[in-house]
Design a binder for this molecule. Structure first.
Ligand SMILES: [Zn+2]
Ligand SMILES: [Zn+2]
Length: 440
């Protein structure tokens, strides 16, 4: 009896071909990621130097499509949601459809990093000339997914199922009057039919230790709603405000009152909520009380019921304050994205893969008040969206780490290989996790 007990674990170790195969797969992904690393960095620099705004990613999508065709992808679909590219890679074994997503658009920011490959691009946005900069790391997301495409196309025989590579335009929002991003990809039906994904994975760079993978089950990133307010009063001379109705001071009251909604009226112990007015415009001269003032802002929430309640309170507060001043207020609230919600069963299933890919550099993280249009895919398709730390080494920084969307934002290219490995491993291991880890 004793002998049998001792022998059993030993036999089990020997007779565990799955684990052995996994290790080899992991090693092969790592060595292929090593080989492609310098290319990923070169692509990222090229895209960084030639950034394109939302729905204008012409050069970037050309670069992507050419790469996927050179890798002999089974299908390369162009002009998805304007400038998007979807590549189809069929594996050697039967299995599910798995989608991997990267975003390609840059931001209207004048770059001030001083990098040799810094963007000098300027373009028109509406009536204004703006700089264009990859300040949110979408250059790196695109380059990493191109790297994953190269790694996995060389490992077709090991792939169970079909992998969709979604290179998405316009994550940062579209110019007025245009449609775009994940919403348009779904609206066009690009993910319907035979290639309906069973699961979707996405990654985003993050101000954390370079190469660390950060993840969180359930709610991860906030729902975002865009808020526009127009306050209309009665114009008059600035010296005689009693002759008119002042929309400037009414707007100031409104802005203050909006801040009191999350802090005084909502149960913030349940979930956080943020309101920010980022834009205010009105008036033409110091001595004229103008007719109207326009404001725009963003509302971030995590809980759907709290969100509904908050939106109703915003409307009521704005309209009531305007009425108390004898002014009129129009409130327009448009949903940008729901919560990025990581399916808890999927996270549980894929945790061992994340651990294998990132080793000790895997960390659970807190809530992020930022939002992502990746959330739209997650409404219908179980998904996992994780973050990749890209902080520069301290010696190479000119001060504190600059945030994404800042003109001095820089990322550590040494971390990109980890992004390629993690994404490749998720795609390769997902099909087998259904049986192995049980909770489909
Ligand atoms: Zn961004
Ligand atoms: Zn982003």
């Amino acid at each position: 009896m004793r002998l049998r007990f001792l022998l059993l674990p030993a036999l089990m170790t020997i007779a565990a071909p799955v684990a052995a195969e996994d290790t080899t797969l992991n090693e092969e992904v790592r060595s292929r990621a090593d080989q492609v690393e310098q290319k990923v960095i070169a692509w990222r620099r090229d895209i960084h130097e030639h950034p394109e705004l939302a729905n204008r990613e012409f050069r970037t999508s050309e670069l992507v499509a050419r790469h996927l065709k050179a890798l002999k992808f089974d299908e390369v679909r162009r002009h998805v949601a304007h400038t998007g590219v979807i590549g189809v890679l069929k594996g050697g074994k039967p299995g599910p459809v798995i989608a991997l997503r990267a975003d390609m658009d840059a931001l209207p920011i004048v770059e001030r990093t001083g990098l040799p490959f810094a963007s000098k691009v300027k373009t028109m946005r509406g009536d204004h000339e703006v700089g264009v900069m990859h300040a949110c790391g979408h250059d790196a997301h695109t380059a990493m997914l191109m790297g994953v495409a190269e790694v996995l196309s060389a490992m077709r025989e090991d792939i169970a199922g079909t992998i969709l590579f979604i290179f998405q335009p316009a994550e940062e929002g579209v110019p007025d009057g245009e449609e775009g991003g994940s919403k348009l990809i779904l609206k066009e039906g690009a993910l319907d039919g035979a290639y309906r994904p069973e699961v979707i994975f996405g990654q985003h760079i993050w101000p954390g230790e370079a190469g660390t993978v950060f993840y969180r089950p359930r709610g991860q990133m906030a729902a975002a709603d865009r808020l526009r307010i127009k306050v209309t009063g009665v114009q008059s001379h600035g010296s005689q405000p009693w002759h008119g109705v002042d929309p400037v001071i009414t707007s100031a009251q409104i802005m203050m009152a909006l801040q009191l909604i999350p802090s005084r009226q909502l149960n913030v112990s349940k979930a956080p909520a943020v309101i920010t007015i980022g834009q205010i415009e009105g008036g033409t001269a110091s001595n004229i009380m103008p007719e109207s003032v326009e404001m725009a802002g963003t509302i971030r929430t995590f809980d759907p019921d709290m969100r509904e309640d908050l939106l109703a309170r915003v409307k009521r507060t704005v309209e009531s304050i305007a009425a108390s001043a004898g002014a009129k207020a129009e409130v327009d609230i448009a949903s940008y994205a729901p919560v990025v919600y990581n399916d808890p069963d999927l996270v549980k299933r894929m945790e061992p893969t994340l651990r294998k890919a990132a080793g000790d550099h895997l960390q659970e993280m807190g809530l992020v008040m930022g939002s992502e249009d990746f959330a739209h895919y997650m409404k219908d398709i179980p998904g996992l969206f994780y973050f990749l730390g890209v902080n520069m080494p301290e010696a190479e920084r000119n001060g504190p780490v600059s945030d994404v969307h800042s003109p001095t934002f820089m990322l550590n290219e040494a971390a990109l290989k980890q992004g390629v490995v993690t994404m490749s491993m998720l795609a390769l291991e997902y099909p087998s996790t259904a049986q192995e880890r049980g909770n489909h």
